[in-house]
Write a protein that binds this ligand. Structure first.
Ligand SMILES: *[C@@H]1O[C@H](CO)[C@@H](O)[C@H](O)[C@H]1NC(C)=O
Ligand SMILES: *[C@@H]1O[C@H](CO)[C@@H](O)[C@H](O)[C@H]1NC(C)=O
Length: 356
């Protein structure tokens, strides 16, 4: 029906030079082809000379009356060509020659990180075209064209709102790359449930547990982009390993945004990441930014440093300061008691070093 709104999203790709020379007309030609440039509308008997960028044409060429013929052009032939009629040398034409290639099928991917609000599609050209190329994006669902919005933050990306939720009718996205030398389309089709992929969890922190050499408390926040965490809850996947080992350990958690690791190796620095997924559909997010933490270790030094260490759990993604930090807030009594138990012969041997 004529109710269907044809929508498109155009994005310029290559920079264009045509603004620079307002008087010049543009001529686009395929790389590798032989190119004929015609000097205005002069007839076949006219005799002309040509210049490119204001100097003589050095590239291999033929002259046929008012025509300049370049063979097997490449990017080096780009330039501003002017022709002058003999014998008086009046300029008769100015042509900006642009060498490029027609677009090929763009690759297209779509993803919803804002389920159930909408999704976005992005596309890429596998090969450069060297000339300005625009993209038209058509999204249809259930035979209706959907409104497509250009993403303000990302080049080559458009956003679409879901017209309904829990639809099993596939969406069709057709992206057409167009330039002066041709066009090429790619159409992909998918169901709502297959493109849901949240952004990674945010503000992941890992903190040692005082007096417990094997624990790390990990907490995080759901991705801020996920619009309705109450009705569309996420589950999480935690992975952690000591830096010295390759093997990750994994924990899957439904709905909770914290977890206590209880089997950490004492004294080892850990690397920890979290991923998120809708509890019902879609795929796992990418891993969050990695955080580092070391379980609590008894301070080998009875004389602790007086340096202020702000052990704020708000410190996002920054490595947790290791051994010294947890002891900072410790009451003096605890410290004294610990001192007694901790003076092993080994440390006694080292003690003078620190006292003096
Ligand atoms: C003419 O000038 C343009 C812009 O500076 C340059 O890119 C091009 O290579 C030049 N063409 C020739 C044939 O010298
Ligand atoms: C995709 O869009 C282009 C341009 O509008 C059109 O020519 C082509 O037929 C479309 N392809 C499909 C499969 O709908």
């Amino acid at each position: 029906s004529n109710q269907i709104i044809s929508s498109m999203c155009s994005v310029m790709v290559a920079p264009s030079w045509q603004d620079e020379q307002e008087l010049a007309r543009n001529q686009y030609e395929r790389m590798g082809s032989d190119v004929t440039m015609q000097c205005g509308s002069l007839d076949n008997e006219a005799s002309v000379s040509w210049k490119v960028n204001g100097t003589d044409v050095k590239a291999e060429h033929r002259l046929e009356g008012p025509r300049l013929i370049l063979t097997e052009v490449d990017l080096g032939h780009n330039g501003l060509y002017s022709c002058f009629q003999n014998p008086h040398g009046e300029r008769r034409d100015t042509i900006y020659l642009h060498i490029g290639t027609p677009p090929r099928e763009p690759t297209v991917t779509c993803r919803s990180n804002t389920y159930p609000k909408g999704f976005y599609c992005s596309w890429h050209q596998q090969h450069p075209t060297f000339i300005p190329t625009t993209f038209e994006v058509d999204v249809t669902h259930n035979l209706h064209s959907l409104q497509v919005q250009k993403d303000p933050d990302h080049k080559n990306r458009c956003r679409v709102r879901f017209p309904e939720v829990f639809s099993t009718v596939p969406y069709k996205v057709n992206v057409t790359a167009v330039n002066a030398l041709g066009k090429a389309s790619n159409t992909i089709s998918f169901e709502e449930s297959s493109i849901v992929k949240p952004d990674p969890p945010e503000r992941v922190t890992a903190t040692p547990v005082r007096f417990n050499a094997r624990r790390l408390e990990v907490s995080w926040h759901s991705p801020a982009t996920w619009p309705d965490i109450d009705n569309f809850p996420l589950k999480y996947f935690l992975r952690y390993r000591p830096l010295i080992r390759e093997q990750w350990q994994h924990v899957e958690l439904s709905d909770s945004t914290s977890h206590t690791i209880t089997d950490a190796y004492a004294g080892k620095e850990y690397i920890i990441q979290v991923a998120a997924k809708d509890t019902e559909i879609g795929t796992w997010s990418d891993w969050s930014v990695a955080v580092h933490a070391t379980p609590w270790i008894e301070d080998p030094l009875p004389i602790t440093s007086t340096t202020e260490v702000d052990f704020s759990t708000e410190t996002k993604t920054s490595p947790i300061p290791s051994s010294n930090a947890p002891q900072k807030a410790e009451p003096p009594v605890g410290r004294a008691a610990r001192l007694l138990t901790f003076f092993s012969p080994l440390l006694l041997g080292m003690l003078p070093l620190f006292i003096w």
